[in-house]
Design a protein around this ligand. Structure first.
Ligand code: THG
Length: 631
């Protein structure tokens, strides 16, 4: 492990203050930036005034900070293009890293952090594509690595998608250069208490912890006072070292200049509390913070011991707004099944008509009926699935409040969606039908899950086909769990094993035991692999029956699966009946069908058909939800 990361886990590590604020003190002219066209482009100073940049690093090291940030906050193609110098990205970043390393070499035991800011365009707002931003960041990260930085700092991220683009770029740059350093990731919580587009700190933590940064924290936008709640949340729930680089107060404009009203002693005092109360270990300053501020922080904080934390990690998904825990006890994680071009007529018709608002409405209805997440499937013969996902994924991510399950047989379609979704999604699905070789479907989906920080539904299917016995389902789950952890670095909690719901409604002899085996498969997996989750598409169980019989059989089957330990269920949330609302005889017949309890003169399938002959769905499915038990 890098010395810097080890330090961040054990003691207080102090970063420097603001670059822009420091340079304002010099009354720079156009010449200093390399001409009138570049005036104000601070990143140019590493080429035109390396003496000033080196002087800044030296000033911060002089007052005792442990880490300085390179002068590269806006040094990537997006902001540099505004000055017409996008192609100078690599040169600027190498130069900036070298200047900082050169100064640091005079201060043994100190480090250089490669700063990568947010730029001026947000992918979630459609200003720029994810791929364009990611590729721009990659050029920057390569330059910083080649220049010798000790850590990459993806910072001031207002947009979860931007943060992910930065993380992926850093990983790609490390792979390309063969230089491995830790990554520190920081989001920016606005004065509203959320990130710019409305992301809560809990959603940011869930979505971005899955990207595997080494240090996670917050910087910019506000002073320290406004950061308490966010830091408290990270303190309680984040398993990573926490960083905090506030502005020197909320900015205001005084006499035409930015003014920050938190003085050095106040910043130092705030950090002392963050360290001793919340266990923050990486501190420093952002806009408005001067060497005097950092001097005070060093004086007050360098010998403090970060509070011991016992973070409670809460596994889950995230929309771009909120965290959604996997654990919905006493219920299950309810995934709405109806935003599916194959499984819902209203959705399909809206999609074929290009009526994207109509598609979103199908999602909204399910959220209104209690879905915790939404399955989204646009697969349809003859259509361009990637294009349909490009039309729908951003709408599902921002116009709906719940996380998305991306359902497609095509990894390309899944990836198209991931480039629009800032939250943490669940991929549906991976399986071993084509084996585990590189480039096969399993490998591609697992790589997407690892790269974009997703959970994944894994079907109990291997090279021999769909597992039909509980034993075989369990064996596949065991094999895939190990592959997922060892080969792809996924966490077991992010695996949802689907033990394959097959219709018990066909009457064919070989399908009679499918219900029992699916349920027993869940029980085996949950007992023997307690760190993974399970999931099922419930409605498949009743294909072919009339709607009334389907609602009842689906509800009874779901209840049995949940009793056996099922964690997540794809359902039509409007059509799941509570057990106490189901006619006792119908329920018994469903149970007999599910558990294959036949006698010589009793076949539960025939009985079920009889019971529901001519019965209208509306007579069984109209549930008065106000009279339902609390659960
Ligand atoms: N496991 C996983 N993913 C899955 C499934 C699964 N995805 C698809 C499917 N199975 C789950 N989704 C649905 C969606 C709709 C229906 C069934 C399963 C359904 N729809 C009505 C029908 O076809 O009769 C359509 C009604 C209408 O047209 O409005 O039954 O098992 N991982």
């Amino acid at each position: 492990m890098s010395e810097l990361l080890k330090a961040a886990r054990e003691r207080v590590v102090i970063y420097d203050g603001a670059f822009g604020t420091y340079m304002q003190g010099f009354d720079l002219s156009a010449d200093d930036f390399g001409g009138p066209a570049l005036e104000g482009c601070n990143e140019m100073l590493v080429l035109t005034r390396p003496d000033l940049v080196a002087g800044m690093h030296d000033a911060f090291f002089q007052v005792g900070c442990d880490v300085v940030e390179t002068a590269t906050f806006g040094a990537f193609a997006v902001p540099l293009a505004e000055y017409g110098i996008a192609e100078r990205t690599h040169e600027i970043n190498v130069a900036a890293a070298r200047i900082a390393k050169e100064v640091a070499s005079g201060y043994p035991g100190r480090w250089v952090s490669g700063s990568m800011g947010p730029g001026t365009k947000m992918p979630t707002l459609g200003h720029i594509t994810f791929a364009e931003l990611r590729d721009a960041y990659e050029v920057q990260a390569r330059g910083l690595l080649e220049g010798g930085v000790d850590i990459l700092l993806v910072e001031t991220q207002y947009d979860l998608l931007g943060a992910k683009a930065g993380m992926i770029a850093c990983r790609r740059a490390m792979k390309a250069t063969g230089i491995e350093v830790p990554i520190q990731l920081q989001v920016t919580m606005e004065n509203t208490g959320r990130m710019l587009i409305g992301t809560e700190i809990g959603a940011a933590l869930t979505a971005l912890e899955a990207m595997r940064p080494d240090i996670f924290g917050i910087n910019c936008a506000t002073g320290p006072t406004e950061m308490h709640e966010h830091l408290r949340h990270l303190s309680r729930h984040s398993t990573l070292p926490i960083s905090c680089l506030p502005n020197a107060g909320l900015p205001s404009v005084k006499e035409g200049k930015m003014h920050y009203d938190v003085d050095p002693a106040q910043l130092a005092e705030a950090h002392a509390r963050f360290i001793t109360e919340y266990g923050v270990s990486v501190v420093g300053g952002c806009c408005g913070s001067t060497p005097e501020h950092i001097a005070a922080v060093v004086e007050r904080c360098k010998d403090l011991t970060p509070a011991e934390r016992q973070p409670v990690h809460d596994p889950g998904l995230a929309s771009v707004y909120s965290h959604v825990p996997y654990d919905q006890t006493p219920s299950y994680l309810s995934v709405g099944e109806r935003s599916n071009s194959n499984g819902s007529k209203p959705f399909r018709e809206a999609m074929l008509a290009g009526d994207w608002d109509g598609c979103v409405k199908v999602g909204q209805d399910q959220v209104g009926k209690g879905a915790h997440a939404l399955d989204l499937c646009v697969d349809y013969v003859g259509r361009d699935g990637e294009a349909d996902m490009r039309s729908l994924a951003l709408r599902y991510a921002t116009e709906l409040t719940v996380p998305v399950m991306l359902d497609s047989t095509e990894p390309n379609v899944i990836e198209a969606a991931l480039q629009f979704i800032g939250g943490k999604s669940i991929l549906n699905s991976a399986n071993l039908e084509e084996g585990e070789a590189e480039g096969k479907r399993f490998d591609r989906v697992m790589k997407l899950a690892a790269e974009y920080g997703c959970a994944v539904v894994v079907m109990c299917i291997d090279e021999t086909g769909q597992a039909r016995t509980a034993e075989h389902k369990f064996e596949i789950a065991k094999r895939i769990r190990q592959l997922a952890i060892e080969r792809y670095g996924l966490r077991p909690e992010d695996l949802f094993f689907d033990t394959n719901t097959l219709p018990v409604s066909t009457g064919m002899e070989e399908s009679r035991r499918d219900g029992v085996e699916t349920i027993e498969g869940i029980r085996r997996i949950k007992t023997e692999l307690p760190d993974v989750h399970t999931s099922l598409g419930i409605s498949n169980v009743s294909f072919g029956l009339n709607p009334a019989a389907r609602h009842v059989l689906n509800s009874v089957f779901l209840h049995e699966c949940h009793q056996a330990g099922l964690d997540a269920a794809m359902v039509d949330p409007a059509r799941i009946l509570p057990m106490n609302k189901i006619d006792e005889e119908a329920k018994q017949v469903c149970l007999d069908l599910i558990y294959d309890r036949r006698t010589d003169d009793y076949d539960p399938l025939q009985k079920l058909l009889q019971l529901f002959e001519g019965v209208k769905a509306s007579t069984v499915a109209k549930v008065d939800r106000s009279s339902m038990p609390i659960e």
